[in-house]
Ligand binder design. Sequence first.
Ligand code: GLC
Ligand code: CA
Length: 545
Amino acid sequence: MERPWHKSAIVYTVDVETFADGNGDGIGDFQGLAGKLDYLAGLNINCIWLQPFFPSPNRDHGYDIADYYTVDPRHGTLGDFVEFSQAARDRGIRVIADLVVNHTSIDHPWFQEARRDEKSKYRQYYVWSKDKPANADQGMVFPGKEKTTWTWDDCAKRYYYHRFYWHQPDLDTGNPAVRNEIDKIIKCWLQLGVSGFRVDALPFIITSKGPGKSGFGDCPEYLVAMRQCLSWHRGDAVFMGEANLPPEQVPMYFGEGDRVHVIFNFFVNQHFFLALARGDARPIVDAYAALPKIPEFCQWANFLRTHDELDLARLTDAERQEVFRAFGPEPNMQLYGRGIRRRLAPMLGNDRARIELAHSIMLTLPGTPVLRYGDEIGMGENLALEERDSIRTPMQWANTSNGGFSTAPAGRLVLPVIGGGEFGYEKVNVAAQQRDPESLLNWVEKMTRLRMRVPEFGAGSAAFLETSDPAVLAQCSTLGPSSVFAVHNLSARGVEVDVNLGRGVDGLFDLLTNREHEVRSPERHRFQLNPYGYLWLRSGGGNDT
Ligand code: GLC
Ligand code: CA
């Protein structure tokens, strides 16, 4: 049976600004990105999630939009976007755009008119209060950076509401006129060829806003309406929701499969890092057990790192401290009291075996894997930069000036390239890794190629299996008549482990080494795994197809 594409996709996240500079002005652009499509095709990804590329004063890396309907001139023209997305399509790569409609920039003409003219229809696009609400010092998404969620505007003579930075006023998404605008933005970019949207800050979009208001109001109906707008205009388009949810809220977002298609699995991500910190698989198994079963055509998105801090807010205080100790022990590595502002490779001590293990788990867990630019070559972070900029440095293409990102003088780059040391572009770059058959990049390419041939992992139904060693994560994924197994050793010691295969298995074929595993008992099998070792196996012996 045909599967919906989002259940067998591999997604790659790109920030146009820091990926590749095509015209040498120090800022990444669509021309530069288009020139890297063959690289991305080689990585076997089939969907690019583009972070915001719209006109913006850029106080929050484009998540502060001043115009929803075109491309920021710093990144090129609308024509460059279309040329890029067509070139992507020619390579079988879909494009997803960021839909940032919880808030605009204060520079957006809607806000400018709203603050100047209380009779303007745009006044009601935002959320105002004459007096500062009593709970104004609560609910900031960036605690430590922002002190309030209500900021005084001298022109409007009112306070305006903002969950994020002071310069990102929340749209009143309960206002039907705002909902119409959101529909129009969705339709516009669908018409320009995108296959869907990563919906930024989804829980805040659907929360009732205004002094004294709370809760989700009519959000189930609204999610259905938003989805209908999307699906009527393009049947295979998807919403990928950025929603860091407690398990009990998941059903509200997926509905009966009539709301969002995909949700980023922040809950599992945090427990995954706890599991890595402990060298114990159980936090991952328990996290999945806590999540509800999701509708057939819905999906989780699994990721290692995003462009934001590694948010650990869903762990208990003690668990969070464990992860901090293991992966971000210095105060400067931590952010907002809840997260770690580091890249994957340095967090894992640049230990190749552990980096492979992490990727292998992400590629096999039930869901769609989402990679982030730079992690495939093991890029590092720059903790001298502010907040999340530490992990947003330019892509390292080559051992040439500016790491091959741009021909501009270094001082004109949008963010400095990481140079020198273990993670500098001189050592860590695409060109060098392409030439080295043992490189991380070549390993990632091999694994993504294999993953594309094993749709059971993404689209199948998965069950975790009982093992004799808590360090080992063992999973069986089934699609129709066919089953695959993934076995991962999260610990730094070699293990010999018995796995309850849960079914009569008459043979196992090792997908990574192309060898048969002799199975003595159809129900149990003993595996040997190196420290941080992993296995991908197909049941029934025979060949991988
Ligand atoms: C999301 C983005 C983050 C941004 C925020 C405000 O959380 O991932 O980078 O700062 O929304 O739009
Ligand atoms: Ca440029």
